[in-house]
Design a binder for this molecule. Structure first.
Ligand code: ADP
Length: 595
């Protein structure tokens, strides 16, 4: 039975900003560029497409209609949003619904599958469909080494990354946004120094984020101030050595200067690879929250946790129901998705990876009156992530009983004692649990979907209480509504105060009561230590990695950055991204203070 053509009646709570973003980027348009659907139609298109998967598992017409309506209100009441490609493409000819991919790059120009130019082609197809791609260039032979067939010399990983970068420029995604990439090189690759420096010039390789794959061996050498080996990726022979501290210092200096390279703690990530029998993690998606295997894919979605607080109390029961519904939604996506490559289609169905995360966490803290940079704030982060993880897995388990566990389950880290993957000491890595999905949780940046939901992004602190936001080329004013409501209720609101806050980028003004100065403390005023403590608290109960930027003030020193990188490693984070205010042009978010 077909769904009704029009969305169901009921409460929809989208803001004017959200409608603008949807109109500019997500709604179906006619040839002249005029939208032919309203935001409500778009959400109904997504809800009905995703609900269709239930039919394959025996749901009746009525049950499919009912779940479509639940999905619809989940999104239109801003309790959860799926990643952008789902909103753009569900129910449309392209039908590609995932944000994150990793592709292998083999040391061959072409081998018919994953040579440099084969993968270049695959990358273009993924970008065209709205996805972001990550690559490890670590398998490529180093610059200057011999190429037997031509007796020439190889041009090395960085030159091929430049090639991928140029192609990314050429392929626009549906004419709206350019593709995004992550480039990773292992720290023991002979070209690592060239790689670390390759984005020093801010006009180069602009479609890539870069991270160095850091091993435990390397970090031990940093601690001991020892040299470590560089290994040729083809012959596996040691070709030289470097002083670990010199390399570490160079990365940190780069991060201080421009925010890059980031680091990806590759051994730590692999410790929790749920399906090690299928390969190692070599790279992540563009924003770093998803370490993925070769030809792996993840569809993301985020629960707006601030939504569940009213009158200073969290409605955990309502959140529990929505986490279950969101997990169900993401699992359905795997079945209705149209993947750009057969390899990706096959792997996605064998491991059924999903990435459920949070957004609106800073709003949640504000509504509870808890400062982000406090022990209580960090504990709340841990607790929310644990709740999401436990409840998301309960639903994944329920789905496994109904629809079957993911096919690789028995050999995964979640499998039974007799067959599960174990660590090097023969110990279980995770307790046994029947699951529909090899990974359930992550925390994404939620750059666009947090605007659609009208909430703070991911697990980040408030960026500012009043600021201008550059969204798809349009500068949009953004004022924190909780702040305005409190200021009005307590009688210290004035337009002039809001202007001052926008200009200075800070709420540290005499008329703002001390309590609210700490509760509304913003990203640049929060110490880097607290950024990392929050990331580490979330990481404790997160299957995947976490998207988090640690903000530094402009005056921060190189040693400040070093301390944070080392703290993140000690606290078992899977990566670090830092950003020193004012160190790059064209910031997406900017307060008056940095302009
Ligand atoms: P959104 O809010 O649009 O759903 P996020 O900011 O949460 O997206 O980013 C999630 C993931 O989406 C990123 O880690 C990346 O893999 C992918 N992504 C983000 N921006 C782009 C882009 N411009 N092109 C391709 N992929 C992107």
């Amino acid at each position: 039975m077909p769904f009704s053509a029009t969305p169901p009646e009921g409460l929809v709570t989208l803001s004017a900003n959200a409608r603008t973003v949807l109109e500019k980027r997500y709604l179906v348009k006619d040839k002249s560029g005029k939208p032919v659907e309203k935001p409500e139609d778009m959400f109904w298109r997504v809800a009905t497409t995703v609900a269709e998967a239930d039919r394959r598992y025996g749901a009746s017409d009525g049950a499919v209609q009912a779940i479509a309506e639940e999905f619809y209100f989940l999104m239109t009441q801003r309790r959860f949003e799926p990643n952008s490609p789902t909103l753009m493409n569900a129910g449309r000819p392209l039908g590609q619904l995932s944000a994150c991919f990793v592709l292998p790059v083999d040391d061959a120009l072409s081998n018919g599958q994953s040579g440099i130019y084969d993968t270049l082609r695959s990358m273009a197809l993924i970008h065209q469909s709205g996805g972001g791609t990550g690559f490890s260039f670590s398998r490529l032979r180093s610059r200057g080494s011999m190429v037997r067939s031509t007796t020439g010399v190889a041009s090395g990983p960085v030159s091929f990354m430049q090639l991928y970068d140029a192609s990314t420029d050429a392929v626009k995604q549906g004419g709206t946004r350019r593709g995004a990439n992550m480039g990773i090189l292992r720290v023991d690759h002979p070209d690592v120094m060239e790689f670390i420096a390759c984005k020093e010039d801010l006009t180069k390789i602009t479609n890539f984020n870069i991270s160095v794959g850091i091993t435990t061996k390397f970090m031990d050498a940093v601690k001991a101030d020892a040299n470590y080996d560089l290994v040729d990726p083809v012959s596996k022979k040691v070709t030289g050595e470097l002083r670990a501290r010199e390399v570490w210092d160079k990365m940190i200096l780069g991060a201080w200067r421009t925010g890059e390279p980031g680091v990806f703690f590759i051994d730590e990530a692999n410790r929790y690879n749920p399906v090690p029998h299928l390969g190692d993690y070599e790279a992540t998606n563009p924003c770093g929250e998803q370490p993925l295997l070769a030809y792996d894919v993840c569809n993301l979605g985020s629960v707006n946790v601030g939504h569940y607080v009213s009158n200073g109390v969290v409605d955990w029961e309502a959140m529990r129901r929505d986490i279950a519904l969101s997990t169900h939604f993401l699992d359905n996506i795997i079945d209705v998705n149209k993947y750009p490559l057969p390899e990706i289609d096959a792997l996605s169905k064998r491991i059924r990876r999903i990435g459920l995360g949070v957004m609106g966490f800073a709003d949640m803290l504000v509504r509870l009156g808890i400062p982000y940079d406090s022990a209580e704030g960090v504990e709340m982060g841990r607790k929310v992530m644990e709740f999401l993880d436990v409840e998301g897995k309960k639903e994944s388990e329920r789905l496994a009983r109904e629809r079957g566990a993911f096919p690789e389950w028995a050999q995964s880290i979640w499998g039974p004692d007799e067959t599960c993957a174990r660590d090097a000491n023969g110990q279980r890595i995770r307790p046994m649990q029947l699951l529909r999905n090899c990974n359930v949780t992550t925390v994404a940046p939620t750059g666009t979907i947090s605007i659609i939901a009208g909430c703070s992004s991911g697990l980040e602190p408030l960026f500012a209480v009043a600021f201008m936001r550059n969204q798809a080329g349009v500068m949009m004013p953004d004022v924190n509504e909780d702040f305005v409501a409190i200021a009005k209720a307590e009688g210290w609101y004035s337009d002039e105060l809001m202007e001052r806050i926008a200009k200075t980028g800070s709420v540290q003004h005499a008329e703002v009561p001390a309590k609210w100065q700490s509760v509304f403390n913003t990203a640049n005023n929060i110490s880097p230590e607290y950024h990392i403590r929050m990331q580490a608290a979330y990481q404790l109960h997160c299957d995947s990695a976490i998207s988090k930027t640690t903000n530094f003030g402009f005056a921060a020193t190189v040693d400040d950055v070093r301390a944070i990188y080392e703290m993140a490693y000690e606290m078992k984070c899977k990566g670090v991204t830092v950003y020193r205010d004012g160190s790059r042009d064209n910031q997406v978010l900017s307060t008056g203070a940095t302009q």
